[in-house]
Design a protein around this ligand. Structure first.
Ligand SMILES: [Zn+2]
Length: 461
């Protein structure tokens, strides 16, 4: 091993020529196999990790190649790289809000090694060519594996099915399909989509929201606060009735459905029931639905306008409990960048959505690990191995053992950061966490042995 030593605080900038990396002294955390365990220390060990040509080796640090770069990770936690099932990248069509490259930089800074790009771009990702283009643009940037999600229906119109089979058989190997932003509201269309994708083991990620119940102008949770603020609201039942319908369709078709951004206690109840029946359903929750309540809307700040809306504390407590007990499988960001001229409006007129990639780990650690019911191994499960499994990404969310791809994230559990939206890698600034303080933060992200971000700074792409 050389004396090339990188310490915390020093910028890591390995070029393409760097073949090997040594991480010394990290606490290595494996994904918990199932639900929350209070015994995380039992499955964490302090060890050195040697990476050669993008793969974790069985070498000890003293045997590492002489040109190896060294990351002193004393006091840090090493997890499998994070995987986001739900990212909006806005390219093609709205490159002023986010490009595949700017979103990739934000993802790398946030600890992600793979993200799934939602299909609601302009044009929509509803053909094999469109999916391959997203894949290629992601590869050209190279900071994170960008896996396209295909639309369920042509142009997200809810009628004719998109090219599901062609997208799956393309180079992009699309396995997750979603009309997200819109619900696949027609039960017959949903049934046909589930039947079609069953043949290749695909999954539909559903934005569960009955448009007839929600109404065209809804912009917050329907309840006491919406009445007080005079804003039209969505009832919780608009979410749960679609989840109930879809799990029955999943059972009927023998196919797989994934509930995107579940936000209500009623929705959680349906998922818990369906899993008890053995129905093939999985679910995700966002960091903001785990941490923020409707009370944030009291100032009419459109940064807190999101779809599905922020919910009352009872729902927040229900989704936290469901994530801890395994009813909800994964955390997904629903990272939704918007240009200022789309977001900075009166509350009712502003666009829906908030940034999430750069802050997700800090928020989830704050709510679920520090004083919460989960350990770091549970965080690794819900933010890495479970989403990788749902999306069918074989090289992500893997155990940190010899022979596995080196897709990793180092976390500083005592970083003590204050979020500043002006330092974001995203092209947008709709960050609901601006000014908030968090204890844990991403330190270094590693994709196939290459450092893609270190302490808030992405590598060149
Ligand atoms: Zn959605």
């Amino acid at each position: 091993m050389s004396d090339r030593k990188l310490t915390i605080g020093e910028k890591l900038s390995p070029g393409p020529g760097v073949r090997s990396l040594v991480i010394t002294g990290a606490r290595i955390v494996a994904s918990a196999p199932s639900v929350a365990t209070a015994t995380e220390t039992a499955d964490a060990r302090v060890a050195d990790v040697v990476i050669v040509d993008g793969v974790v080796t069985d070498l000890t640090a003293s045997e590492a190649p002489s040109d190896a770069q060294v990351i002193d990770a004393d006091g840090l936690i090493l997890l499998p790289g994070l995987v986001d099932l739900h990212t909006h990248l806005r390219e093609p069509g709205r490159e002023d809000a986010e490009t595949i490259c700017s979103g990739s930089r934000a993802a790398a800074v946030g600890g992600y090694t793979a993200i799934l790009a939602m299909a609601n771009t302009t044009p929509v990702t509803d053909t094999a060519e469109a999916a391959e283009r997203i894949l290629d643009l992601g590869r050209a940037c190279g900071l994170v594996d960008v896996q396209p999600i295909g639309a369920v229906t042509h142009d997200l119109a809810g009628g004719q099915l998109a090219e599901l089979g062609l997208m799956h058989r393309s180079r992009a190997r699309v396995n997750v399909f979603s009309d997200d932003g819109r619900c696949v509201a027609d039960a017959r269309v949903m049934r046909r989509a589930l039947e079609y994708i069953r043949s290749f083991g695909g999954v539909v990620s559903q934005h569960s929201q009955d448009p007839a119940l929600a109404g065209p102008n809804a912009c917050c949770h329907e309840g006491e606060l919406s009445g007080r603020l005079g804003l039209p609201g969505w009832p919780a039942v608009a979410e749960s009735v679609i989840i109930a319908r879809d799990v029955q369709l999943a059972r009927h078709t023998g196919s797989r459905v994934h509930v995107a951004h579940v936000s209500t206690a009623e929705g959680v109840d349906v998922i818990r029931w369906a899993k008890a029946q053995g129905i093939a359903v999985t679910a995700e929750v966002t960091p903001h639905h785990l941490a923020l309540t409707t009370e944030r809307l009291a100032g009419y700040d459109p940064v807190f306008k999101v779809n599905p809306p922020l919910r009352p504390i009872e729902d927040v407590q229900a989704v936290r409990a469901a994530l801890a007990d395994g009813t909800i499988d994964a955390v997904a960001t629903d990272h939704a960048p918007h240009a200022r001229h789309d977001k900075e409006h009166a509350f009712e007129d502003a666009a829906f959505g908030m940034l999430g990639l750069e802050t997700a780990l800090s928020v989830v650690a704050s709510v679920m690990v520090e004083g919460g019911p989960c350990g770091w191994s549970d965080l690794a499960r819900v933010m890495s191995s479970a989403p990788a499994g749902i999306a069918g990404l074989a090289d992500h969310g893997r155990p940190i053992v010899p022979g596995e791809p080196a897709n990793l994230v180092l976390v500083d559990p005592a970083a003590a950061i204050t979020v500043d939206r002006s330092s974001s890698q995203s092209l947008s600034r709709n960050n609901p966490w601006h000014g908030e303080q968090f204890r844990a933060a991403v330190h270094t992200t590693i994709l196939r042995g290459r450092v893609t971000a270190a302490e808030g700074a992405p590598a060149a792409c």
